[in-house]
Design a protein around this ligand. Structure first.
Ligand code: FMN
Length: 162
């Protein structure tokens, strides 16, 4: 297998918090694998690790929440990326509201959307959730001020990697 670390190490994408609710359970985790994938219709794909607590809830959910954080919100990133819902209720210590379709929306996110799950793509140890945005919100923030991968390199994933 070709090692693409020399390629991926040059990337510095935004990181997102992806949330879900189903069967009375809430979940959310930090996600670096995500991108808009279509203009017309607008589609956005987030990739969730099959071993994460969030993945199990997301598979039962009709909609997911996708949030951007500001660069000063490292604490929220640490909670969602450094802890697992297998052991911790992340929403007990987070300001959130029930958004469209019951999706937990983080009150302090600088931008977010709720997306309807159109389909899932299983191409490896992460599964792509293809989303159509159905609701969104944002607070004014200069472009480039969102939390990025380079801001969270100190975090160790709360759920062991697959
Ligand atoms: C910088 C960073 C990027 C991450 N990217 C992803 C990702 O793209 N998809 C994913 O499922 N998990 C990703 N994770 C891992 C989860 O956020 C982490 O394991 C989390 O604790 C899982 O929580 P859960 O078990 O409650 O779902 C990332 C973690 C970090 C620190």
């Amino acid at each position: 297998m070709v090692d693409v670390k020399g390629f991926t190490d040059l990337l510095d994408p935004p990181v997102y918090v992806v949330t879900a609710a189903a069967d009375g359970r809430r979940a959310g985790c930090l996600v670096g694998f995500a991108s808009q994938s279509s203009l017309h219709p607008v589609r956005f794909v987030v990739w969730l690790s099959k071993v994460n607590h969030t993945y199990g809830v997301a598979c039962r959910a009709t909609h997911l929440g996708v949030h951007l954080l500001g660069r000063e919100q490292h604490g929220l990133a640490r909670l969602f990326g450094g802890e697992s819902g297998d052991h911790v209720d992340k929403f007990a210590s987070t300001r959130w509201e029930q958004g469209a379709h019951g999706v937990p929306v983080l009150a302090d996110a600088c931008a977010w959307f709720v997306g309807r799950v159109e389909e899932r793509g299983d191409w490896g140890d992460h599964v792509g959730f293809c989303l159509t945005p159905v609701d969104t919100g944002a607070v004014p923030l200069p472009r480039g001020e969102v939390l990025r991968l380079s801001d969270v390199v100190d975090l160790s994933p709360g759920h062991p990697a697959p």
